[in-house]
Design a protein around this ligand. Structure first.
Ligand code: NIG
Ligand code: FE
Length: 413
């Protein structure tokens, strides 16, 4: 099967030489080819270039992209799309003046979602979650990381991870699974957090490894949740089972979790709404990708990750949705890219790099996805008729996507 996309107004995020991620000033460079062609062979990008060099070959399908642009699909490296029910009632509580923290301290928050999930069957959980996955695919996401963390018992965490595994086996989007058992301390372990951590490391981890249920291990390192010592303990335990660390860190307070992430060689440190100079310093010259989640800041009315300061310090930055029922009930990467431009003062070039190439790195798929590069998967966004790629973040809230492709195949509604 060979597909030729011809007359592409602009082919965006073209990386002839493979590159793992971009940082600092290079984030503002987004290589493109105007009036381009792209050839997809058996799901992979096999050739691209200027229309004048378009080879005359026999193809199975020709798609005329006149007036439209093509870019690699969004890589959403941080989501919690497997959950039960929703938290609409807490949304209204917050409108009425309750804080996210106060709601959590009153038995709401993550524990509320965990209770619902424990009472939900694996089948129902799968059915509810697949709706969200299909929704984000239509919104241009072509690679997604999904976390557990609303189970908070060994059985319920395994149930979540098995749902992720089933999604992986059913859909052609790239999916990575993360074990986030240490998302909150269950009420019954409130005075006995160590016992819960032991349960995660001694009971859950061996089962997860045996069934190959996760690639990554995560923890919510935050005042009132898990300490820096807990973080190092969990991440190191995960590593023994081959899981690569990622962390939720510096969302509300900066307590040294970024340094712990770097020390444990975390692939990414995510949230980073509160960043001290020493946290930025700690990330310099490391392989750990900082990940910002602007729609979480938007929804909770908390600070945005200081992108300008970080990029000017020479750091890379990735963007992800954090799609979850409590802090970000939205998986729209287009909104994330717009919000990064509008609220974090990232340029369209920086935001697109952060949502494609750097996002791919933050979920370990940078060799397969995240750029227009020969041999990479043809997970693509075909835009509507627009004059420049900057129009996508500019026209926030309007869907500028005409079609999406996974492994070269159009995914229709
Ligand atoms: O990434 N901060 C921790 N975890 C999730 C939200 C959890 C929830 O409220 O359900 C997040 O924002
Ligand atoms: Fe999260």
């Amino acid at each position: 099967m060979i597909t030729l996309f011809k007359n592409i107004k602009e082919l965006i995020q073209v990386r002839t030489e493979p590159i793992a991620f971009v940082s600092g000033k290079a984030m503002n460079e987004l290589p493109t080819i105007k009036n381009a062609f792209l050839i997809v062979e058996n799901g992979l990008i096999s050739d691209f270039g200027s229309m004048e060099n378009c080879p005359k070959i026999n193809v199975s399908e020709v798609i005329d992209a006149t007036g439209r642009m093509i870019l690699p699909s969004w890589c959403d490296s941080h989501t919690h799309i497997v959950y039960a029910g929703n938290r609409e009632n807490e949304f209204v509580d917050r409108i009425n003046g309750w804080s996210y923290e106060a709601i959590a301290n009153n038995g709401g928050g993550i524990l509320n979602s965990a209770k619902k999930l424990q009472e939900t069957s694996e089948e129902t959980l799968y059915q509810e979650s697949k709706v969200r996955l299909e929704e984000v695919i239509q919104l241009g996401t072509g690679a997604i990381e999904i976390k557990s963390g609303y189970g908070l018992t060994v059985d319920a965490e395994l149930k979540m991870l098995r749902v992720i595994k089933r999604l992986k086996e059913t859909y052609s989007i790239a999916i990575k699974a993360t074990f986030l058992g240490a998302h909150a301390v269950p009420l019954e372990y409130k005075e006995n957090k160590e016992t819960y951590l032991k349960l995660l490391t001694e009971e859950a981890l061996p089962k997860i490894a045996e069934e190959h249920l996760a690639e990554y291990i995560d923890i919510f390192c935050e005042t009132g949740y898990f300490s820096v010592a807990d973080t190092e303990f969990i991440l190191e335990a995960g590593k023994k089972y081959g899981l690569i660390p990622k962390i939720h860190v510096n969302q509300f307070t900066a307590i040294g979790g970024v340094q712990a992430g770097v020390k444990c060689q975390a692939l990414s440190v995510d949230h980073l709404e509160i960043m001290r100079d020493e946290d930025i310093e700690a990330l310099k010259n490391t392989k750990t990708m900082p990940v910002a989640l602007p729609s979480c800041s938007y929804f909770l009315s908390i600070p945005y990750t200081p992108a300008r300061k970080m990029i000017e310090a020479g750091l890379p930055l990735a963007l992800a949705t954090d799609y979850n029922p409590g802090s970000t009930p939205s998986g729209n990467m287009n909104f994330v890219v717009s919000t990064a431009c509008i609220k974090m003062k990232m340029t369209p070039e920086e935001a697109i790099n952060a949502a494609t190439l750097n996002g791919a790195y933050a979920m370990g798929v940078e060799e397969e996805l995240g750029s227009i590069t020969k041999g990479k998967q043809a997970n693509l966004i075909l835009t509507k008729q627009i004059n420049s790629y900057g129009f996508m973040p500019y026209s926030f809230g309007t869907n500028q996507i005409e079609k999406v492709y996974l492994k070269g195949k159009e995914i229709g509604v």
